[in-house]
Design a protein around this ligand. Structure first.
Ligand code: NAP
Length: 270
């Protein structure tokens, strides 16, 4: 399958790295970007094809991934729409631009039925991303499978039935690496305040987080059951959990995620 990226920035590079790692042939990948320096950098890093003209993506690819900043998406659609309309069948277009709606892209591409919107998060860059995916009901099952396989090259995917849920994906997956970093920071500070040297505190926090995440990922139990399993009555963990609960952790997390989702809706470009 031939894949063209329009835009060769951080996110495009993360996905290209994932595709190459999964055995995709670099000569079947084209990156369109306006700046020569960006194109040169991409060739040096990945040995894929490059072009300055976005319409080259339509001529080259089976799948076009739009990986430009959200405000550039309408311009990109205008660049590729004339060539798309000249084809007997539209090309599959996957957008990764935050907040740009499916209907907007589909309309700009002549009401194409072959548009899929996705929202990857930062760990995509290390192959451990989570991508929220949405498409309209009339999209072909094969297109959905292709898009799913592509984004699975850089992590895992979830498909949304309602595009409005994308703001919750932003709050749950897009922004959440920072929540976890914040929690690690807070634990590290507390461990240092209790007397551990910084290096020891960092190691203890990080390894415990990795252990807990690995257990959660490999266990059949839900998160609450796992927590109960390590919380003996009257033990140390119970005291910590009670302190979190008195501090209304659930409400705090819900408020934080509501704020992120509200902001995602505000930033959405329609
Ligand atoms: N970074 C993230 O964590 C993240 C997460 C989820 C979604 N996203 C979404 O991913 C998209 C890309 O983000 P990014 O972080 O990769 O951005 P980025 O690093 O700024 O890259 C943007 C790319 O777009 C290219 N570009 C600009 N104008 C263009 C045009 N008219 N035609 C073709 N290419 C053009 C730029 O090329 P030049 O270098 O040649 O100027 C650059 O390579 C955004 O819509 C963002 O919302 C990002």
């Amino acid at each position: 399958m031939r894949i063209a990226f329009i835009g060769g920035g951080n996110m495009a590079k993360a996905i290209i790295a994932g595709l190459l790692k999964h055995g995709h042939n670099g000569q079947n990948i084209l990156v369109c970007a306006p700046t020569q320096a960006t194109r040169n950098g991409i060739v040096d890093q990945f040995n894929v094809r490059v072009h300055q003209d976005n319409s080259a993506a339509v001529a080259f690819a089976d799948v076009i991934i739009i990986a430009v900043k959200p405000f550039v998406v309408p311009l990109v659609c205008e660049d590729i729409a004339p060539m798309m309309s000249a084809l007997s069948e539209d090309k599959l277009v996957i957008s990764i631009a935050a907040g740009v709606k499916h209907a907007t892209i589909s309309k700009k591409l002549g009401h194409s039925n072959r548009v899929i919107c996705s929202m990857p998060n930062l760990p995509t860059a290390i192959g451990k991303g989570l991508t929220g995916m949405y498409t309209a009901t009339q999209t072909d099952e094969l297109d959905i499978k292709i898009a799913d396989a592509l984004m699975n090259a850089v992590g895992d995917t979830v498909w949304l039935k309602d595009e409005k849920q994308m703001s919750t994906i932003v709050a749950t997956a897009g922004s959440s690496p920072a929540y976890f970093f914040l929690f690690l920071e807070a634990m590290e500070k507390a461990a240092i305040n209790q007397g551990l040297p910084k290096q020891t505190a960092t190691k203890a926090v990080l390894q415990s987080a990795m252990g807990a995440i690995s257990m959660a990922a490999s266990s059949q139990l839900d998160f609450a059951s796992l927590r109960r399993q390590v919380t003996s009555p009257k033990g140390t963990t119970e005291q910590a959990i009670l302190a979190f609960q008195h501090g209304e952790l659930d409400e705090l997390v819900a408020n934080a995620m509501d704020s992120a989702a509200d902001r995602a809706r505000e930033l959405s470009l329609g």
